[in-house]
Design a protein around this ligand. Structure first.
Ligand code: KIV
Length: 306
């Protein structure tokens, strides 16, 4: 049995040769063991992979997930990054904003996602109130997410105002992703979910913040709901990957909320959202059919009983 580091690349042919790797508890090592029937490409996405994708000009695909089952589907479908977003506060818990979700709740969602993922990089949001007060608290929150959920990186909203927290977390060896533009944890300050940084002053600050995030050592930045030209500028001035949501096409990758792109929510229809399914309709039809089958004694039938 031999072992290698998590950053080593593993290919489909490794698996065809009958090699299978087991994650050794929480240690970032994989061990070869015999397994002739493995058919997947297990090359793990790391922050280094993302830098390589940007350097190659290959776009990065990112989606949110909040539970084991969906995370497994999204991961096996080939997504690069899974974000356990604090949007769980809206789409999982039904809150109006992202503010109420707690660190314990984020850890619960993140741990479920991590258990379902074999390949994608799992990034987890630090929720509102767990990193703004001081950098020590920020580090403690990030450590809990890494230790208790097994996350691969954390994401924080904001620029210069939280620089101390970002730097302290990075110093502890925890990868950090920044988030600029529309930062939903500040919704009561903004007063609206409309496009940010349309004015020159805010755009200038956003560019400075992006540079600060790169200099501090962040591995990537999300830019949310900003003009496409500004997002393009950010992407040009920093060498780390810039992932957009409502920020146009001239960025290094895209992120969407999974429930939105699957069409589970009929009410939320921003211009940037492309729906790939009408899961709201599909699920509703299935539930109606099932209910009718039960009522008319069609389910279960003879073959569906013991
Ligand atoms: O919480 C979230 O889902 C996010 C994305 C919208 C980027 O931060």
């Amino acid at each position: 049995m031999c072992h290698f580091d998590i950053s080593d690349s593993l290919s489909y042919s490794d698996l065809q040769n009958g090699l299978f790797f087991l994650r050794h508890q929480n240690k970032k090592k994989y061990f070869y063991a015999d397994m002739s029937k493995a058919t997947q490409n297990y090359t793990r996405i790391t922050t280094r992979t993302l830098a390589e994708l940007k350097a190659k000009g290959e776009k990065i695909a990112m989606l949110t997930a909040y539970d084991f089952t969906m995370a497994g589907i999204v991961d096996k479908a080939g997504i690069d990054i899974i974000l356990v977003g604090d949007s769980a506060s809206n789409v999982m818990a039904g809150h109006e904003t992202t503010l109420p979700i707690t660190l314990d709740q984020m850890i619960y969602h993140a741990a479920s996602v991590v258990r379902g993922v074999e390949r994608a990089l799992v990034v987890v949001d630090l929720p509102f109130g767990t990193y703004q007060a001081d950098s020590k608290e920020a580090l403690r929150s990030a450590i809990r997410i890494m230790k208790e959920a097994g996350a691969h990186a954390v994401k924080l909203e904001g620029g210069s105002q939280i620089q101390d927290s970002i730097e302290r977390i990075l110093k502890a060896g925890i990868p950090v992703m920044g988030h600029l533009g529309l930062t939903p944890q500040s919704i009561y300050k903004f007063g609206t979910y409309s496009v940010r940084a349309k004015e020159e002053e805010e755009a200038e600050q956003l560019l400075k913040d992006a540079q600060m995030l790169e200099n501090a050592g962040c591995f990537g930045i999300i830019v949310e709901k900003i003009p496409a030209n500004l997002a393009k500028k950010v992407t040009q001035i920093v060498s780390i990957p810039v992932i957009g949501i409502g920020a146009g096409a001239k960025v290094d990758g895209q992120v969407l909320v999974l429930n939105d792109m699957l069409g589970m929510n009929k009410e939320f229809s921003p211009r940037f959202l492309r729906r790939y399914l009408d899961l709201h309709g599909t699920i509703s039809n299935a539930v109606q059919e099932y209910t009718a089958d039960v009522k008319k004694r069609d389910f279960p039938n003879h073959e569906e009983q013991y």
